[in-house]
Structures are given as structure tokens and as C-alpha cells.
Design a protein around this ligand. Structure first.
Ligand code: ADP
Ligand code: MG
Length: 294
């Protein structure tokens, strides 16, 4: 017997490096008419590097001490920004002190007790309630250059800012173009990162609809809002922060290499080797298979 179209399509998607978890998913991929792409780890490579270390005057910290403090708190975290900070400390041969009471808030940052001090590392806008601090200017400057600014606070006082940059995936812009050309869908950018860095990257990729500064539940709300206008949304993401949106969307696709275990488990399909360009391909495969089925 010849293989049913949806099963052939699954095999075909597999040859392109996309693991589609079921025939139902293979069918749903062809129904989507909106695509929401995450930024960090999805459009970017997900291996960011620390580019700037700026202890605040008056913090009493050297560059090395600031990096060491941040690395200690980030050590237990899986987040790509955490890995960048820990790697930067290791590259400089800094000891990474052990911490206690580690907590992590997806889309915001991490905190822990280091040598008796409560240290928080994360998004400046989330950690600073009022925007009056001197660090805001430093952070904004970094963000305008397309960096992610990471604030370090000790006992509720800002002590420094790290600038972190991630490379755009080589195929990011071509994927956005191919998506429009092959499927007629203009993608939306949904990111927890700051609006300035998001706008800068969206410009490079050719995305005009940008939703930034989103917490995990805000990504869900963005998906729901798109679905209220009658659209069926495909979410592509990699992080723990993307899991709720991957679950809420009509179809969720996770990145396999940059991706967290939670994202891969929650998603309906996995782009095994992170080849973003396969996203339009699987939508087309599904549409073709559906025409053969019905
Ligand atoms: P994205 O949606 O682009 O993948 P995330 O939701 O993972 O981004 O993160 C959003 C923002 O939350 C980051 O830009 C950063 O400011 C902050 N953040 C999240 N986790 C961490 C962490 N472990 N260390 C520092 N900052 C973090
Ligand atoms: Mg991400």
C-alpha cells in the first residue's frame, strides 16, 4: 500500500529535520495563518556573549567582581543569558562562589543569597520599579545598540549592568521572506527582551509587527489576541518562558538545539537542528498533504 499523505508528510518533515509528533499535528500545521516567532534562541543563535561589564561608580566593585557576582547567581540557571555570564566568568578564570536560596522568575531574571547579600540579576525594567536610577541611562544605551542589558542588584541597590549580545541566525531574514512568499504569512515577533533591542532586530529580519517586554503569560495573551481575530497561530520558541504560549497556540514548534526540555516537551513539533528555514517548508508540506487527504 502507498503511505497515507499525512504520514508521508511526517517522514518528509523528518528528512528536513523537523520532528512532528503526530499525524494530527502534521494536519494542523497546514491550517495556520499566523506565525509568532520568539527572539532569543529562535531568531538568534541562542549563544549570547557578554560584551560590556559596567560596575556602577560607588558600588565598590571591579569589572571582575561584578561579573563574578552575576555568574554566581546565574550558575544554577539554564537561560541563555545565564550561560553567557557564567562562560564569561570562566573565560576570565574567575572563581564562581556558591549561592543559597536560588530563585528564578521566567522573563524577569534570577536571584540568590551570595555571602549574606541578596543579589538579583535580570531585566532592568522588571527589577527597577521606578525608572529614575542612573543605571537606566547605561542600560538604554546598550539596548539601543541591540544588546540585552542585564542589571545586577545587591540588597535592592543597583551595582552594575552587563551588556549581552546574540548573533542573528544566518537564515532569519530569508526565513521571514520565504514564509511570506510560500505561505502568505507575515510573522509577528514576540519577545521578553526589551523593546529597543527587539525593534532593532525586527528591522534586520524584516518583521514589522513587534511585541516586546512580554512575560510568559503576556505571550499567551498575544496568541489569544491573534486567535480572536479568527487566526490559527503557530508559535515558534525555545525557552521555558515560551512553554505556556507553545501550549496555548493552535500549533507549537520548539527549537531542538537552543531549546529547553520544557519547550520541546510542550511543543507539537521540534526543529531538531534549529534550522529555522524549515518552518515555511513544513507548513507547505502539510497544506499539500491536506489537499490529498480531503
Ligand atoms: P525571549 O522571549 O527573547 O526568549 P526571555 O523571556 O527568556 O526572552 O527573557 C526576557 C528577559 O528576561 C531577558 O531579556 C532578560 O532581561 C530577563 N531574563 C530572563 N531570565 C534571565 C536570567 N537568567 N538572567 C538575566 N536576565 C534574565
Ligand atoms: Mg527564547
Amino acid at each position: 500500500a502507498t503511505m497515507p499523505p499525512l504520514l508521508s508528510a511526517i517522514a518528509n518533515a523528518g528528512r528536513h529535520g523537523v520532528l512532528v509528533k503526530s499525524a494530527v499535528v502534521m494536519e494542523r500545521l497546514g491550517q495556520v495563518n499566523a506565525v509568532a516567532l520568539d527572539k532569543t534562541g529562535t531568531l538568534t543563535e541562542g549563544t549570547p556573549k557578554v560584551t560590556d561589564i559596567r560596575p556602577l561608580a560607588g558600588s565598590g566593585l571591579s569589572e571582575g567582581e561584578l561579573l563574578q557576582l552575576a555568574a554566581a547567581v546565574e550558575h544554577p540557571s539554564e537561560h541563555p543569558l545565564a550561560r553567557a555570564i557564567v562562560d564569561a566568568a570562566r573565560t576570565r578564570d574567575l572563581d564562581i562562589p556558591l549561592v543559597e536560596d536560588f530563585t528564578s522568575a521566567p522573563g524577569t531574571g534570577v536571584s540568590a543569597t551570595v555571602a549574606g547579600r541578596t543579589v538579583a540579576v535580570g531585566s532592568p525594567t522588571r527589577l527597577l520599579r521606578a525608572g529614575t536610577h542612573r543605571v537606566v541611562a547605561v542600560a538604554t544605551g546598550l539596548e539601543e545598540d541591540g544588546h540585552t542589558a542585564v542589571l545586577v542588584m545587591a540588597d535592592d541597590t543597583p551595582v552594575g549592568v552587563l551588556g549581552i549580545a546574540d548573533r542573528l541566525r544566518e537564515e532569519a531574514a530569508a526565513t521571514a521572506t520565504a514564509l511570506e512568499r510560500l505561505t502568505g504569512i507575515a510573522p509577528v515577533l514576540v519577545t521578553g527582551d526589551n523593546p529597543r533591542a527587539a525593534a532593532r532586530l525586527a528591522d534586520e529580519v524584516g518583521i514589522t509587527d513587534v511585541r516586546a517586554g512580554l512575560l510568559p503569560q503576556d505571550k499567551v495573551a498575544a496568541v489569544k489576541e491573534l486567535e480572536q481575530t479568527g487566526r490559527k497561530v503557530l508559535v515558534v520558541g525555545d525557552g521555558v518562558n515560551d512553554a505556556p504560549a507553545l501550549a496555548a497556540a493552535h500549533t507549537g514548534v520548539a527549537m531542538g538545539r537552543a531549546g529547553s526540555d520544557l519547550a520541546m516537551e510542550t511543543a507539537d513539533a521540534v526543529v531538531v537542528r534549529d534550522e529555522l528555514a524549515t518552518i515555511p517548508t513544513v507548513i507547505v508540506l502539510s497544506r499539500r498533504a491536506r489537499r490529498l487527504v480531503v
